[in-house]
Design a protein. Structure first.
Length: 158
């Protein structure tokens, strides 16, 4: 078994869709970034890649590469899963938390878990997503951006 940690943050801006865990969430702002800027999925990808010793998402999906412009991060997560398999690993479990003052994310958590789990080919019980606020403190508390943390366990395929 091997463990990895991931973190991502993007600023909130007008005129973009807000996508977290592959779910489009109704909100007046979205996250700025080259892809769909899905901080939750990005943090999960970095945790999985780190656990498998495969560096980070920027190594595999450079942020200036035109082919990744506005791409769904779930597609990239699927590619990460393929990289894990080539290296002889499978996903054990994922535990992630999104840090955002607004919007309220609890109505979307189960959909996020399902989309992430289906993309990775794992059971819902292997994917945990939580959300929290910062009680008004810091960039997330001021509504300037959203962050996500993730821990992933990978196991050698037998």
């Amino acid at each position: 078994m091997r463990v990895g940690i991931g973190y991502d943050v993007h600023p909130l801006v007008p005129g973009r869709r807000l996508v977290l865990g592959g779910v489009e969430i109704p909100f007046d702002k979205g996250l700025s970034g080259h892809s769909d800027a899905d901080v939750l999925t990005h943090a999960i990808m970095d945790a999985l890649l780190g656990a498998a010793g495969l560096r980070d998402i920027g190594t595999h999906f450079p942020p200036d590469a035109p082919k990744y412009k506005d791409i769904s991060s779930l597609i990239l997560l699927g590619e990460v899963n393929k990289l894990l398999k080539v290296k002889g690993f499978k996903v054990g479990n994922i535990d992630a938390v999104v840090v955002a003052e607004q919007p309220k994310l609890s109505p979307f958590i189960e959909d996020m878990r399902g989309r992430i789990g289906r993309t990775l080919g794992v059971d819902l019980g292997q994917v945990m997503v939580k959300a929290t606020t910062t009680d008004g403190l810091g960039f997330a508390g001021r509504g300037e951006g959203i962050a996500a943390y993730a821990i992933a366990l990978v196991e050698e395929e037998t």
